[in-house]
Design a protein around this ligand. Structure first.
Ligand SMILES: Nc1ncnc2c1ncn2[C@@H]1O[C@H](COP(=O)(O)OP(=O)(O)OP(=O)(O)O)[C@@H](O)[C@H]1O
Length: 463
């Protein structure tokens, strides 16, 4: 007849078997022998110290959850490492994770109350602490998304941004923001179950669950999360089973006041391959675009990274990089790393010449050098105005606006001084240029059509 501890352990083994691959089970769990269960302590015999370390690292959550469920809440674990099989002597090692858990919960009871919901095991939120709000620099392009993210970090689930759907091109800071929300939530609400997962990982986990017939466990797990962050959700496109499962998880979490944060490379409006019912839900909260960083933000990000890494790079070089590396922040970081490598390895000073050399390997620098004249010409062409018209004193609305945009873009995209910009565009003084920049900035914030016209012109200037 089996001992009590053998019976209990066999029950645990069948739960564990359901949750991991057969190979892992055979390697890590089949060789374990249950030795005794006494005073809420379950003693397991394991073949080596390495076993203990591996199990503690990879399977402790599963093991703890299983023991709580099958043996009793608060059950502690001790390992006996088999040193000499013939003598049966071994070393007793309490589970480190169990000890910590025990201390933090203060619980040492093995009494199982059938009405008591076992305390959920802690999970690793899978966050990257290096991506936080302190080093996520704010600019016009990410202000809305960043501010909404901070509100969520303060009060996850209890705000109007649920879900927060952040979209934008590659390298503009979506993953950084998504992580920062998780990091802040954990700092302010350590008890919350936060999980960051890429859509790709979610998809793999789901496929594994289908294969091992554990979809219910998969669903149950995700439905216990308080703040679920899914990165690159566009990758669910065309994956019907995954979408269906995510739909249930989304509904459950949303209905129970839990927070969802989703990122994507495009807005829900233009997303293809995703079910309508999901897209509708993505639009329930706030959809916030992170646009390409403007010159000011590019410069601030560079300055912050230079300061953080203790580098010494002149303002002239910083401005040069910010002017020429315009598409995404990842490229800006790449330029800084290369500059540093060149200057250290080749013992070269970090000056504009070196910056130009490094940048030309990352972006097509010649294509992107703009002059005030070129900007003026492209703006005139865009608005079908003659260059003479923009240079006159005309107060016609379309002429004034074209002139202001040309001034604004010249300020953004060239190193020319305000007076030289004013000189080239209609013989105006520097104060007029400054005023034009302010007007354009304000209109960009408030008028969507105006903003997209300016963006289109910028694109043309890059071609
Ligand atoms: N506003 C910012 N302040 C500081 N660093 C930033 C900012 N925006 C982006 N970064 C940095 O730029 C890099 C790229 O950002 P991130 O990976 O978050 O982009 P992404 O939009 O998720 O890109 P992808 O869609 O390709 O995954 C990261 O190292 C990130 O820290």
């Amino acid at each position: 007849m089996l001992n009590n501890h053998d019976q209990l352990w066999n029950r645990c083994l069948s739960v564990i078997k359901d949750n991991i691959s057969e190979a892992s089970y055979n390697t890590w769990f089949a060789p374990i022998v249950a030795l005794k269960y006494e005073n809420s302590i379950f003693v397991l015999q394991v073949p080596s110290q390495f076993f203990v370390e591996y199990i503690e690292e990879k399977y402790i959550d599963l093991l703890r959850m299983t023991l709580y469920r099958e043996v009793g809440v608060g059950t502690r674990l001790e390992y006996r490492v088999l040193i000499d099989k013939s003598s049966g002597r071994g070393t007793q090692i309490p589970s480190a994770a169990e000890q910590t858990k025990q201390k933090s919960t203060g619980s040492n009871s093995s009494y199982v109350n059938p009405y008591h919901k076992p305390q959920l095991p802690e999970i690793d939120p899978q966050l990257n602490p290096a991506y936080n709000f302190n080093n996520l620099i704010e600019g016009n392009s990410n202000k809305l998304a960043r501010t909404a993210g901070i509100s969520i970090g303060n009060e996850p689930g209890k705000n109007i941004f649920n879900p927060l759907f952040v979209y934008g091109q590659s390298g503009v800071g979506k993953t950084h923001l998504a992580n920062a929300i998780g990091v802040m939530t954990k700092q302010l609400h350590p008890e919350k179950r936060v999980l960051y997962v890429s859509a790709n990982t979610f998809q793999i986990q789901y496929t594994d669950a289908v294969r091992s017939n554990t979809v219910n466990d998969f669903l149950n797990f995700y439905q216990t999360i308080d703040v679920l962050i899914v990165d690159d959700i566009q990758e669910f496109a065309g994956k019907t089973g995954t979408q269906n499962t995510f739909f249930h998880i989304f509904n459950h979490l949303h209905q129970t006041g839990k927070q969802l944060v989703l990122t994507s490379d495009r807005s829900p409006i233009v997303m293809v391959g995703l079910e309508q019912r999901l897209l509708t839900r993505f639009k329930w909260g706030l959809s916030a675009e992170i646009e390409k960083p403007d010159f000011e933000l590019r410069r601030s990000i560079l300055q912050s990274k230079i300061y953080r890494d203790g580098l010494e790079i002149s303002d002239e070089v910083v401005d040069f990089i910010a002017e020429h590396v315009v598409d995404n922040v990842r490229d800006l970081e790449g330029v800084l790393v290369s500059l540093l490598a060149h200057s250290t390895l080749a013992n070269m000073p970090i000056d504009v010449a070196l910056a130009e050399k490094v940048i030309s390997r990352i972006v097509n620098i010649t294509r992107k050098v703009n002059t005030v004249e070129k900007i003026r010409d492209v703006v005139c062409e865009y608005f079908s105005l003659s260059i003479d018209a923009i240079s006159t004193k005309s107060r016609k609305r379309e002429v004034v606006q074209a002139r202001q945009i040309a001034m604004y873009l010249s300020k953004q995209l060239t190193k020319s001084s305000l007076s030289s910009i004013g000189n080239t565009i209609g013989q105006r003084d520097h104060a007029t240029v400054l005023h034009a920049c302010k007007i354009v900035n304000d209109l960009m914030d408030s008028d969507k059509n105006f903003r997209s016209s300016v963006r289109e012109i910028e694109e043309k200037l890059k071609q």
